[in-house]
Write a protein that binds this ligand. Structure first.
Ligand SMILES: *Cc1c(COP(=O)(O)O)cnc(C)c1O
Length: 455
């Protein structure tokens, strides 16, 4: 092994030609999504009114471990993939740890995060089906930016509902979406029934992801040739993101190492699943013993403190009922800076894997994550997204354990995005005005108690 090599790349030919569908190799398959009214299991056709057909089939495919990446999508991947695998020598030195720390740098995508990997795939399948318009919601704006660009690439019109508070507080992401040609509407809006309902009850409502999802789904269901696309949580999104872990697997080979621990931050599970599943495959099939750690915010702790139960993906109950770890669809997380991690539920695959003991989860306060993000900035030069700071904080915890025990573990984490458009969050941390939030047990219990009434 060349121990001084710092970055590991793949040639264009080595970029994966297939995504990995972990559902095929799971001993216990995820439970099926249910029709919200009848509670009957849904088939792919039941999802056709909302999503592109190919995506509906990918969503429920529990048999094929490998799915071809369409050549048109792979051609787009080549503009920014492979993303670098980097050995974090600077961070290792600052921590004084014997651990070998690697990160996969997804922040180099044109939009600055991993989300483009799935946005391109989803826009392509919509285009292929003759769809002309796509609609979605965005919180902090990363998914909206990725979709806006992907829609432009494949010649689709994009309508994005952005949670009102971030529309107003994070104007630059809105500008990026508009630069790519998307139509951006603050949510709740008067353009949908779901939005009107919220505004009638509360004219000053600042919006939430749950409401914005309801608005986008409603628009898709009531507009001809328009489909809804989602940036996380769903199985097909995690499938597309496995390009991250598949590349990392080959790059780790080039580095002559294999990870003992794989870490990702956790919103709905797409970047965590993306980096983890290709390695978890070897735990499932080949007896490897790698640990997988999802790092979630203490203010939205669905994996560590939620329950495994059927719940809605949105606030109004328009989506199918999904089997997942959830805090309840009425749960309103505090307005922490890692906007991409403020979602009440977890993806179906991840939920089953956690339940079956194939992975672990930790929850972390935002002050610890920004401290970790700043150490990373100073030692590796990249300012991480507030979401990614959670993965870095979890990595540092593990690296410091290695320091105590003297173990030379290999730790791989996913740098899901950069934080250059989130500097106001860093400003708050640096000026000492950033607050930590702990969710009370009463709050968790209250929302979960409401779930019992659904099913
Ligand atoms: C959206 C986002 C996340 C969280 O979403 P997952 O689906 O859990 O990956 C994490 N990091 C960044 C940079 C994001 O934009």
């Amino acid at each position: 092994m060349n121990s001084k090599q710092k970055r590991f790349f793949l040639t264009e030919e080595e970029i994966p030609t297939q995504w990995y569908n972990i559902q095929a190799d799971m001993p216990n398959k995820p439970l099926p999504p249910l029709n919200p009214k009848t509670h009957e299991p849904l088939g792919a056709e039941d999802l056709y009114p909302i999503f592109a057909k190919d995506l509906c089939h990918q969503e429920l495919n529990t048999t094929d471990p490998w799915i071809d990446i369409p050549e048109e999508v792979r051609e787009q991947y080549k503009y920014y993939r492979s993303t670098p695998l980097v050995r974090a020598y600077g961070l290792e030195k600052a921590l004084g740890t014997p651990a070998h720390i690697y990160f996969k740098n997804e922040s180099v995508s044109p939009v600055g995060s991993h989300k483009l990997n799935s946005a391109l795939a989803q826009a392509y399948y919509c285009k292929k089906e003759g769809i002309t318009n796509v609609t979605t919601e965005t919180g902090a704006g990363q998914w909206g930016c990725a979709l806006s660009y992907a829609a432009k690439v494949f010649g689709l019109e994009a309508a994005v509902y952005q949670v009102k508070i971030s529309y107003e507080q994070k104007p630059y992401r809105r500008s990026i979406m508009q630069a790519y040609g998307a139509q951006v509407t603050p949510s709740p809006s008067m353009s949908t029934r779901a939005g009107k309902d919220v505004l009638t009850r509360d004219p000053n409502n600042q919006g939430s992801l749950g409401t914005a999802i309801s608005e986008a789904v409603e628009l898709a269901m009531t507009t001809p040739n328009c489909k809804y696309v989602l940036g996380s949580v769903l199985n097909h999104v995690a499938l597309h993101q496995t390009v991250i872990g598949l590349e990392a697997e080959r790059q780790m080979e080039k580095a002559g190492e294999y990870p003992d621990i794989v870490i990702g931050c956790f919103g709905g599970g797409s970047n965590f699943g993306g980096i983890s599943f290709p390695f978890m495959r070897h735990n499932l099939l080949n007896g490897k013993k790698t640990r997988f750690i999802a790092a979630e915010p203490a203010s939205c702790p669905k994996l560590t403190r939620g329950v495994f139960q059927y719940d809605f993906g949105d606030l109004s109950g328009l989506t199918p009922l999904l089997p997942m770890y959830t805090l309840g669809h009425n749960f309103m997380p505090t307005n922490i800076h890692a906007g991409g991690l403020r979602y009440h539920g977890a993806g179906m695959i991840i939920s089953q894997l956690l339940k079956d003991g194939y992975m672990e989860a930790v929850d972390i306060q935002q002050s610890e994550t920004f401290k970790a993000g700043l150490l990373f900035s100073k030692t590796e030069g990249i300012i991480p997204a507030p979401e990614s700071c959670h993965a870095i904080a979890a990595t540092i915890r593990e690296a410091l354990k290695c320091k105590e025990t003297g173990e030379e573990k290999v730790i791989l984490f996913n740098l899901s995005g950069h934080g250059l458009i989130d500097m106001s969050a860093y400003d708050q941390y640096l000026s000492g005005s950033l607050q930590d939030y702990e969710v009370t047990n009463e709050e968790v219990q209250r929302n979960i108690a409401e779930l019992d009434k659904i099913i």
